[in-house]
Design a binder for this molecule. Structure first.
Ligand SMILES: C[S@@+](CC[C@H](N)C(=O)[O-])C[C@H]1O[C@@H](n2cnc3c(N)ncnc32)[C@H](O)[C@@H]1O
Length: 331
């Protein structure tokens, strides 16, 4: 990875040989037979999920975020997942999903990611082992063009819970959107605010997300992992469905996005990943999160539309000024 030619402004996170060695010492290895909550909390478990499924504690997670290999040919650091018939993919899901669900607390929630090709199978497995609450569709900004088909530019996330008693904090996932048709009542903005940076409305989020950018080379969260999820997307799931100090478990951790975002948002985390390289990348991101807790597209407690960095910066300055001078402003 480090020997690739990169553009000067490329911010892709990489590991030096020395860093890989150092981060290995913080990993929990899958050959450990007894995995207590204490042992795995805020840790990255390195190894094959199938080897440790029986050793994981039951009911420990408040939230499962599951981003498994989709039913596609994909090379994950040497592990080649091969596209297969639906019935085989269904069997694959059956071999781990119910066992991962045992890790979820009775009041916990689960999110399962996929694309249109595997989504029908994901629905069936969720229906069998969880109470399905919704399907989120998120728009991938990028997508490969196709000559004889529609360009694929969205993905699914199935949302389920273990029971009817579950946590959901809708106030924490509100979106700040520009107002297109500013409607006034008695000369005053109705449900929107007028600011020097434009007119905005705070809205409740729907199950169609068009405000996500997938990580690309100029973003500080970007790594060389082939299917890295955006931090902003994972932040919405965690804020909505994991209470503060709860535990988020990701059995297919990849480059560590779930754990990193959980840490940035004050939640506990645990993830399993078979590639030692990706585990170390996750550890590096977790280390960097000690110094920088920002999540692109999320600031001052709200989610912003795409391409609003300038507006966010202006609002941040205002917010910072108001917070720092609160005493003066209210005197
Ligand atoms: C779709 S990716 C997850 C990407 C992740 N959400 C991120 O943001 O980086 C799936 C990951 O699961 C890992 N994986 C696949 N099968 C596994 C297994 N049996 N045990 C542990 N990890 C596995 C792959 O190496 C890959 O990194």
């Amino acid at each position: 990875m480090p020997d690739k030619q990169r553009a000067p402004r490329n911010r892709t996170l990489m590991l030096t040989q020395g860093e890989s060695e150092a981060y290995k010492s913080g990993l929990v290895y899958a050959d450990e037979k007894i995995l207590t909550v204490k042992k795995i909390n805020n840790k990255t478990i390195c190894g094959d999920l199938f080897k440790i499924l029986d050793n994981l504690p039951k009911n420990f997670a408040d939230l499962l975020i599951i981003d498994p290999p989709y039913n596609l040919n994909k090379n994950f650091d040497g592990f080649k997942f091969l596209q297969t018939e639906d019935n085989n993919y269904m069997e694959y899901l059956e071999s781990w999903f119910p066992r991962v669900m045992e890790c979820l607390s009775p009041s916990g929630s689960v999110y399962l990611c996929g694309d249109w090709k595997c989504s029908a199978c994901l629905y069936l497995i969720m229906k069998k082992y969880a109470k399905i609450r919704n399907r989120i569709i998120w728009q991938r900004e990028k997508g490969r063009g196709a000559k004889a088909n529609w360009k694929n530019s969205c993905e699914d996330i199935w949302f389920g819970t273990k029971s009817d008693d579950y946590y959901f904090d809708v106030e924490s996932i509100k979106q700040k959107r520009k107002v297109i048709a500013p409607y006034k009542e008695n000369g005053k903005p109705k449900d929107w605010e007028e600011t020097e940076n434009g007119n905005f409305r705070l809205t409740y989020p729907s199950n169609f997300w068009d405000d996500i950018s997938i990580p690309y080379w100029s973003m500080p969260e970007n790594t060389d992992h082939p299917t890295q999820k955006p931090e902003k997307l994972i932040a919405k799931l965690i804020l909505a469905s994991c209470p503060e100090s709860g535990i988020v478990f990701d059995p297919f951790l990849g480059s560590g996005t779930t754990s990193v975002v959980a840490k940035k948002l004050g939640r506990n985390y645990c993830g399993v990943e078979m590639s030692e390289e990706y585990c170390c990348l996750a550890e590096k991101r977790l280390h960097l999160a000690d110094f920088d807790k920002t999540i692109q597209g999320y600031s001052n407690g709200v989610f912003w539309e795409r391409n609003t960095a300038n507006l966010q910066m202006a609002e941040n300055k205002k917010y910072k000024y108001e917070t720092e001078n609160q005493d003066l402003l209210f005197r």
